[in-house]
Each structure stands twice: as C-alpha cells, then as structure tokens.
Design a protein around this ligand. Structure first.
Ligand code: F6P
Length: 546
C-alpha cells in the first residue's frame, strides 16, 4: 500500500475481534475435543447436497464460528450480493460485465428475476446455437471419408482446463477419439501431439474467448502449417473456432460456418458450461453434457435458496476465510483420490487464484485482509509418497481437502478399496496424530531410541474436509464444480473483492510482447532495451542472445 492509500474497512472491528478470540481458543484446543463436546459431530457437520456428501467435522467448524459468520454475512449484506450475481447485475465492475455462467446450466435462471431479461434470451440462443452446431459438426464428422480419430483442442487457461477435466473425467475408458489439449506456447507439447496425428483424421478446435491470445493463435498457425506441409491446401476448413469474439475468429480465417460463439458474460474460467467444452461434448455425447449442466444447476439452487448456516458453498468459503485470516493458513491443498480427476487441481487453481488473488477491494482501495490462499494438491495415492510428509509433520497449517468416489468405473475392486482406505486413513491421521506414548506402545517390541520415537510424533488436529461422491457421473461432476465456483464467489464477497476480472495477468503479457523482438533482433537491440527493462532482466536477455 502506498502511504497515500487507505483501505475501506471490509470487516467490522467487532467481527474481527470475535474471530481472533475464537481462533486463539481453537488453536490451543485443537479439533479432537470438538468430537467429545459434540457427540453427534460427525453427522451434524456433514451435509448431503445434490451430487455429493461433504464432511466438515474434521475442521474447526463450530456453532460459535457459524454464528459469527452469520452476523458477518448480514453486516456485509451477503444475501443481496448473492441475488446480484444471479439477477445479472454488473458485479464485474472493472470490466462492466454481468457474471451469468449459471444461466448456461438453467436458462430459466431458477425463476429468479433478471435485471436485464434479454440475457435470458441470449442464454437460450447461445444454447440452441451450440446444439445446432454440435449436431452439424457431428453430421459433418459422420460424412467424412476418413473418420476423425484425433481432435486437437487449442486453448489456454479457462479455454482449456475445464474441458480437459470434463474430458478426462467423463469420457470413460473406451473412447475411440482422442482429444489432445494444447495450451502452452512451448512447442515441445505441440510437436509431441502432431507426431501422433495425421491430417486426414484430425480435427482442430481453437478455443479462445477473445481470439487474441498469443499462445492460442501461434499454436493454431503452426498446426495450419503442419496441414499445409502434409498436402492440405486449405487447412482452416478443418478448423473450428469457439469464441465470444466471432469477428476476431473470422479475421483469423476460421470459416464462419465453423465458428461457435458464446456470450461475453461468460468469464473464461467459468466457461466450461459453454461451447468451450465442444471437444469433450463431441466425444462424450451431448446427453452427458446436458446432465453435467443439470448437476451444476442443482447446486445453484442449493446455493441460492439455502441460508448461510447450512449452505455448503458458504460454509466452505467461511472456513477458507477463517483459516486464511485468523489461523495463518497461506495455502489449501486438494487431493483427488481418483485418477479421472487428475486435472481437478489445475482447474481449481485457476478458478480460485485467478478469481481471488487480488490486492484491491471493489472500490479500488487496498484490501485489508488475506484474499486467496495458494491452491495446490494432486492425486492420491501418489501424493502420499511425496508432499504428505509436510502435511502431517510440517510447521504450517494447511487445510486439506479429500475427494473420494465410492464406486469406480472399472472392476478391479481391490484397487479401489485400497484407494479409499488410503484416502480415509489420511484424514484420520491428520486429525488424530500420534503422541509419544502411542509410539512407545506401538513399538514396544522394538528397541527404539528416544530420538526415533520423537521423530514418529504427529501433532494431529490438522483440518481436513472430505467430499464423497457416489459415482463420477456427469451430474456429480457438474455439482462439484458448481460448488467450487460458488465457494469462490463467497470468498470474494467476504474479502470484498471483484472475483471476475484478471488484470494481474496483463502486465507480464505486455512485457513479453515488448521483449520478444529483442530476442529476435540481436544483441544491439537487446542493449537498446536498457531503458525499458531492469538490469537483471537485461542481463538475462543478453545471456539468452549470446
Ligand atoms: O491468462 C488470462 C486469461 O485471460 C484467462 O483468464 C483466460 O482463461 C485465458 O487467458 C485465455 O483467454 P482466451 O480465452 O481469451 O484465449
């Protein structure tokens, strides 16, 4: 903060002080005693919502905490902010946009009155257009002389992470069409994919909300060249463009009948519900995609209709806020115990950190609280053999989240039972820990030194949340992702920030544009850039040029 800037107060002094007091008590008491104080804690702190069950009992959640956050929510008029989201108010003020991706999963907007009813028509049109074009593409694919075996989905960030997750989670083991996701400008990725494809049976889908993203356009150019080098005179006839800027896609040269558009009020990282998921939908089928939307719409209903004290999206956000601001948690870890969800962490990392990693409040003044934790994680059980050491015995408080799916899509049930046993055991270990006496008892037959016994102590009382899905159906996945979206919204409201712009990524992009010609044009040009770059960057430019 510069010395001239003052923050707007986003949280009242009395709420802040009540939460600090409670956090001190929670830190010294831990979580375990909460189970003896509240005999039915496991049931009372678990919630069944459409799509999944979520267990908060192994966190510091308590009635006292809920009561304070209920008052906090009422002080900041949480209900009216939630209404503003669904009714289409321009809550993304810095870009002057509504945030209406929920309309894509229920074009009737749950019966909620819209500030601008024409957006409902736009949503219906957008969905109808997607369906028509989906069918046209399918028909086109069927009439091709060579069947499509490979789809190259070119897009980055929100134009790819969700689609990749949906594709991996829902297309099952027997999918005959491969979808390759190309995002990075690093051509090692592209070259490896092109080596596996051939021009007769490959379709390209370029996805970009703006259709100006440098990585996406460069990758599309290189793929077009590859088609030409392999004898295809008009490569772009094999290209589809998915975008909110159809004019830009047309300028690029995508044939107009191959452009599938979606509305501007769908944010990039909230666009998995739109035609951005065309490639995954083509492989898994439109019915499953529709079920995915319906699963999300059910969580929308839960989020919109449920009071904060039993609203799972709000409760999860409240814990994020409490841990981040009052218990000094700088990160949150997410572990999917399911290979099909291997891209979930990447998806959530963008969703949460690009939405809430902000240092400005809604009115432009500096924030006066923590906003986004570092979101990280991985897939179980792999993670148990790497980062879990730190999770169990490290010095930082890291709230962890475990996502388990009861029934697998294969029949090697022994594997699955072991997988679930491992996931559940980790949550139990984080809670219980292991004291010196227990170590002694467990190793009574061995002659362990005091040093070794001490190394085997686990403090326990480390918070974790468990999400349990019956099966990884399209509805369940839709519900899970919608839960995370609304949780992100709630975190943004509690921190008083705009979760829907992403100005923080712009400066680096601008400097890369400025820097690239220096790398292309030789050392003397690099020297000229002294006035624009700091000495360290200039030194590195010179070394790259050497
Ligand atoms: O990195 C910033 C960002 O704008 C993301 O928010 C977005 O998902 C990504 O770039 C891709 O943008 P586009 O869809 O316009 O290509």
């Amino acid at each position: 903060m510069t010395s001239l800037e003052t923050s707007t107060q986003s949280i009242s002094a009395s709420i802040r002080s009540e939460l600090s007091t409670l956090a001190k008590r929670d830190a010294s008491d831990g979580i375990k005693p909460k189970f003896s104080d509240q005999p039915k804690r496991a049931e009372e702190m678990g919630f069944d919502v459409p799509g999944f069950y979520i267990d908060f009992s192994k966190t510091h959640l308590s009635d006292d905490l809920l009561a304070i956050y209920q008052r906090f929510a009422s002080e900041i008029e949480f209900d009216s902010k939630r209404n503003a989201l669904f009714s289409g108010a321009k809550i993304n003020a810095s870009e002057g946009r509504s945030v209406l991706h929920t309309l894509l999963r229920d074009e009737d907007n749950q019966g909620i009155e819209m500030e601008r009813p024409e957006t409902i028509v736009q949503a219906q049109d957008s969905k109808a257009q997607f369906l028509t074009q989906y069918q046209a593409i399918q028909a086109q694919l069927e009439t091709r002389s060579t069947a499509v075996t490979d789809i190259i989905h070119v897009g980055i960030g929100g134009s790819s992470l969700g689609t990749q997750l949906v594709f991996e989670a829902l297309t099952g083991l027997g999918a005959t069409t491969k979808v390759h996701f190309i995002g990075n400008i690093d051509a090692h990725q592209l070259v490896a994919v092109l080596e596996q494809c051939n021009v007769e049976s490959t379709l390209v889908i370029g996805v970009s909300k703006t259709f100006t993203t440098a990585e996406t356009l460069q990758n599309l150019d290189s793929i077009a060249n590859w088609f030409v080098q392999n004898g295809v005179a008009e490569p772009l006839s094999n290209f589809y463009g998915v975008t909110a800027s159809p004019i830009k896609a047309a300028e690029y040269g995508i044939p107009s009948e191959n452009v599938v558009s979606f509305p501007q009020w769908v944010g990039g990282r909230y666009s998995v519900w739109s035609s951005v998921s065309l490639s995954a939908a083509l492989v898994m089928g439109i019915e499953k995609f529709e079920q995915f939307l319906q699963g999300a719409a059910q969580i929308d209903r839960h989020f919109y209709q449920t009071d904060v004290t039993s609203n799972v999206c709000f409760i999860a956000a409240m814990l994020d806020h409490y841990y981040g601001n009052f218990m000094d948690a700088k990160s949150r870890a997410i572990f999917a115990y399911d290979h099909r969800l291997r891209s979930l962490v990447d998806y959530l990392q963008q969703l949460e950190t690009e939405s809430n990693g902000k240092d400005r409040q809604r009115d432009g003044s500096p924030v006066d609280q923590e906003t986004s934790p570092v979101v990280w994680g991985g897939v179980g059980t792999d993670v148990q053999h790497s980062v879990f050491q730190m999770l169990h015995q490290g010095t930082s408080l890291i709230p962890a989240e475990f996502i388990l799916v009861k029934t697998p899509d294969h029949n090697l049930f022994d594997h699955h039972t072991e997988l679930l046993a491992n996931g559940l055991a980790q949550t139990a270990a984080l809670l219980s820990g292991q004291d010196y006496q227990t170590v002694g008892r467990l190793h009574a037959d061995e002659d362990l030194s005091d040093l070794t016994k001490r190394a085997k102590i686990f403090s326990g009382d480390r918070p974790s949340t468990t999400v349990l899905l019956e099966q990884l159906t399209p509805e369940a996945l839709g519900a899970l992702l919608a839960f995370y979206e609304h949780r992100t919204f709630c975190c943004g409201v509690l921190a008083n920030i705009n979760s829907y712009d992403q100005m923080g990524v712009e400066l680096g992009k601008r400097l890369a544009k400025q820097l690239k010609p220096r790398l292309e044009s030789g050392k003397s040009e690099a020297q000229k850039s002294a006035e624009e770059f700091d000495p360290s960057t200039l030194n590195l430019i010179n070394r790259v040029m050497r």
